[in-house]
Write a protein that binds this ligand. Structure first.
Ligand code: MHQ
Length: 264
C-alpha cells in the first residue's frame, strides 16, 4: 500500500523534522499579540517619530498653563480615556482573553489599562528633549503644569525616559503590554488559575522572543518597570482623590463615563 512505501525525500524530511518543530506554539501567540498591538496602537511608531519636529511654541505652552485646573484635568482624562479604549480593543484581540469570564476581563482592564497606556507612552515620547506627543504636538512637563500634580507628571516622564533607554522593539512593547495586562495577581479575579495559564503562555512567548533576538537582559530591567508602574498608578489615584475631594459635585460632569468607571 502507498503509505507503507519508504520515502526518500531528504528536503521534505528536513522541512518536517527540522524546520516545523522550530515553529513553537508560542510563536503563534507572539504573532497574534504583535498583530493585535499593531492594529490597536493608535499611531504607528514611525508616524510618531516623523512628527518629533512639531513642538509646542512658547505661546502654546503658556496657553496650556493658563487653563483652569478643571479644564486641564478634563482634557487629560479625555486623552487617557481615548487611549484606554484602544487598550480594551488590544485585550479583546489577544487569543484567550475573551474566553475569560466577563468579570475577569473587567478586573484585568480596570487594574491594567493605565499601566498599558503608560508603557505605550514611550512610543510617543522623545527622549532627546523629554517631550511627549499630546494633542497634536510634542510638549514637555510644563504643558501639564496647571494639573497641579507636578510630582505625578515628573514621575510619568521619568518612567518614559527610562523605558526609552531600553530601546524596545514594537514586538517587545506588544508582548510586554500583554504580560502587564494578564496579571494573575489582580484582586477580585474569579478564575485566577485560568488567568495564570494565559499569563504564563504569553510569558513563555515573550521569553522565547527575547532569547532568539539575544535580548534576554531586558527581562530583568522590565521587572523593575512593573514595580514602577504599580506606584505610578497609585499616585494617579491619590492625585485624583485629592482633586475630587475639592470638587465633589463637579467631578461627574467633568470626566468621561469610562474614566469614572475605571478610576473613581
Ligand atoms: C498619547 C501620549 C500621552 C501623552 C500624555 C488623568 C488625569 C486627569 C491626570 C499622557 C493624571 C495625569 C498624559 C499626561 C496623567 C494620567 C496624564 C498626564 C497617549 C496618551 C498619553 C499617554 C497621555 C495619557 C494620560 C496622561 C499620562 O499618545
Amino acid at each position: 500500500s502507498p503509505d507503507q512505501q519508504p520515502v526518500n525525500a531528504p528536503g521534505l524530511t528536513c522541512r518536517l523534522v527540522c524546520v516545523l518543530p522550530s515553529l513553537l506554539s508560542s510563536d503563534c501567540l507572539t504573532a497574534n499579540i504583535v498583530k493585535s498591538h499593531r492594529e490597536t496602537c493608535q499611531y504607528r511608531v514611525e508616524e510618531l517619530q516623523a512628527l518629533r519636529w512639531k513642538v509646542f511654541s512658547r505661546e502654546e505652552v503658556l496657553a496650556y498653563q493658563s487653563k483652569s485646573v478643571e479644564e486641564m484635568w478634563q482634557r487629560c482624562a479625555y486623552r487617557l480615556t481615548d487611549s484606554i479604549q484602544y487598550v480594551v480593543e488590544f485585550a479583546k484581540r489577544i487569543d484567550g482573553f475573551l474566553e475569560l469570564s466577563q468579570n475577569d476581563q473587567i478586573v484585568l482592564l480596570k487594574g491594567g489599562s493605565l499601566e498599558v497606556v503608560l508603557v505605550r507612552m514611550c512610543r510617543s515620547f522623545n527622549p532627546d528633549n523629554g517631550t511627549v506627543f499630546f494633542e497634536g504636538k510634542y510638549g514637555g512637563t510644563e504643558v501639564f503644569k496647571s494639573l497641579g500634580c507636578n510630582d505625578l507628571i515628573a514621575s510619568i516622564f521619568e518612567f518614559s525616559q527610562s523605558l526609552c533607554a531600553l530601546h524596545l522593539s514594537e514586538q517587545e512593547v506588544a508582548l510586554f503590554t500583554a504580560v502587564v495586562l494578564l496579571n494573575p495577581e489582580r484582586a477580585w479575579l474569579q478564575d485566577k488559575e485560568k488567568v495564570a495559564r494565559l499569563h504564563s503562555h504569553v510569558d513563555v512567548a515573550f521569553k522565547n522572543t527575547l532569547q532568539r533576538s539575544h535580548r534576554d537582559t531586558v527581562l530583568s530591567k522590565l521587572s523593575q518597570k512593573t514595580l514602577q508602574l504599580k506606584s505610578l498608578c497609585s499616585l494617579h489615584i491619590d492625585r485624583l482623590r485629592s482633586f475630587l475631594e475639592l470638587r465633589p459635585l463637579l467631578a461627574h460632569s467633568l470626566f468621561p463615563p469610562l474614566y469614572h468607571e475605571l478610576f473613581t
